[in-house]
Ligand binder design. Structure first.
Ligand code: ADP
Ligand code: MG
Length: 328
């Protein structure tokens, strides 16, 4: 079994690319990393911890665990409209197995490479498997998307599709193991909406990533913005195959309350909708309007697909079964 230092050297020390402008003055290997942020930009910094058996199944493929641990943190940068630059990893493992570590670092560093994120340091310890990932990104100081900028009369819209995270978790629990299954991929290999978040700068007035379920995260956005929301009865962008996997009612519940979707929920003025859709379409991302923001607080008017009627939700919804902090 490799030692701590062998693990770091073998799996988490990425040689700098010659001539690459990665802003890293000193990377993995010293007491601290030394970074050089771009002049005039704000640093956006966030950390998320993924614990085995809580946030992901302990027997999930190592590649997916590595990918996912970074993806959930990058999703927070996406929700601010920030461009990712660097990350730190706090890795706790019960044992150091070469095969597992090779796949894990492939998942983690592969996503680093595809998103322009450089791993610049971390910590490696023994214990119950958990991965804490700190991400650092850059954003224009005047343009960062926060949860607090939404106003009454604006539209509420989501990128991509909903419910896929909870659908994938349900399939995993039923024994599905094919990572090519679109729902399982949504759950185990989420793709943070980084380009979409940056494309929405100047158009969206507020944004949050849907990690705890749409209703819960909408509740956060509304609370920070001091507004309420009226949700539309129809036209929700359910993830493909969700109805087949969970049934109609289950699919709608997954879309409303399931966790792990990592889409962006945004508010924007109606006059900016066409431009926002155009920018996202060029990235292959759909934007669906699912409601409007109101002066009156609280979330109202959630429809049930099967009943076709209106259900009343008081305030922010309860986290659903797919919630990332409640994995059975
Ligand atoms: P220290 O004793 O100062 O805490 P460590 O021995 O923990 O240093 O780490 C040695 C170097 O390896 C540091 O530069 C640290 O940032 C880096 N490092 C440790 N674990 C990881 C990891 N999982 N991923 C990336 N870098 C790591
Ligand atoms: Mg250390």
């Amino acid at each position: 079994m490799p030692s701590e230092f062998e693990v770091i050297a073998r799996y988490f020390t990425v040689p700098p690319v010659d001539g690459a402008d990665d802003g890293v003055m000193l990377g993995v290997g010293d007491d601290c990393t030394l970074l050089s942020p771009s002049p005039g930009k704000r640093l956006a910094v966030s950390v998320d911890t993924s614990v085995a058996g809580v946030h992901f199944p302990p027997d999930a493929p190592a590649l997916a665990i590595g990918h996912r641990a970074l993806a959930v943190s990058l999703s927070d940068l996406a929700a601010m409209g920030a461009r990712p630059r660097w990350c730190l990893m706090s890795l706790t493992l019960e044992s150091a197995e070469d095969d597992w570590l090779a796949k894990f670092s492939q998942g983690f560093l592969g996503l680093c490479e595809r998103t322009g994120t450089t791993l610049v340091g971390g910590d490696t310890t023994r214990g119950r498997t958990a991965i804490g990932v700190t991400v650092m990104g850059e954003v224009d100081p005047r343009a960062a998307l926060t949860r607090g900028g939404a106003g009454p009369g604006e539209l509420l819209a989501v990128t991509g599709s909903l419910g896929g995270g909870a659908g994938g978790l349900a399939l995993w629990q039923r024994g599905e193991r094919d990572l090519d299954h679109p729902l399982l991929a949504r759950y185990l290999l989420p793709q943070p909406r980084l380009s979409a978040g940056q494309a929405l700068l100047g158009l969206a007035t507020a944004a949050i990533d849907i990690s705890d379920g749409l209703l819960a995260d909408l509740g956060h956005l509304c609370q920070r913005s001091g507004v309420g929301a009226e949700l539309y009865p129809h036209g929700w962008p359910l993830a493909a195959g969700l109805g087949d996997a969970l049934g109609e009612e289950g699919a709608f519940q997954a879309a409303l309350s399931g966790g792990d979707d990592y889409e962006l929920l945004i508010s924007l003025a109606p006059r900016h909708l066409v431009e926002a859709r155009k920018r996202l379409a060029s990235l292959g991302v759909e934007l669906t309007v699912i409601g409007e923001l109101t002066r009156e607080t609280g979330i109202r008017g959630v429809a049930s697909v099967t009943h076709g009627g209106w259900q009343h939700f008081e305030g922010a919804g309860e986290p659903g079964p797919g919630n990332k902090d409640r994995m059975p």
